[in-house]
Write a protein that binds this ligand. Structure first.
Ligand code: 5GP
Ligand code: ZN
Length: 114
């Protein structure tokens, strides 16, 4: 997707990655909501969580959870606790149409989220 900001970040046309492998990248959120706020995304353009299909996509999302856990450990938030959250569609707060998993930590996180 040429007009997708997160595809551009994944392709390293803009921004700075904090993690990259064959299928996934991660980068710090532009507008952090916690001391650690990293976005973990697939390189593959998938518009929304509800577009994730079983099989290849499901494996990819499982891998994203593993990557999020590794980054949490690297950033020193794994033991205290962290949250991985994805917003699907406008009503849940989705504003970028390339799936992304927010990794949040470094402060007490309230529940339920707003
Ligand atoms: P959403 O609202 O879709 O759940 O999350 C989108 C997130 O992407 C927001 O937290 C927002 O701050 C972040 N974001 C939007 N555009 C950019 C960008 O160009 N660079 C980075 N690093 N983060 C972005
Ligand atoms: Zn994209």
């Amino acid at each position: 997707m040429t007009d997708c900001i997160f595809c551009k970040i994944a392709n390293k046309e803009i921004g700075k990655l904090v993690y990259e492998d064959d299928t996934v990248v991660a980068f710090d959120d532009l507008n952090p909501q916690a001391p650690v706020h990293v976005l973990v995304i697939p390189k593959k353009h998938i518009a929304r969580i509800s577009d994730i299909r079983d099989g290849e996509d499901a494996n990819l999302v499982g891998h994203i959870m593993v990557v999020a856990g590794k980054i949490a450990a690297e950033r020193g938030i794994a033991d205290d606790g962290y949250r991985v959250v994805a917003n699907c569609n406008e009503g849940a707060g989705q504003s970028v149409w390339h799936i992304h998993f927010h990794l949040l930590g470094g402060r007490n996180l309230g529940w339920p989220p707003g």
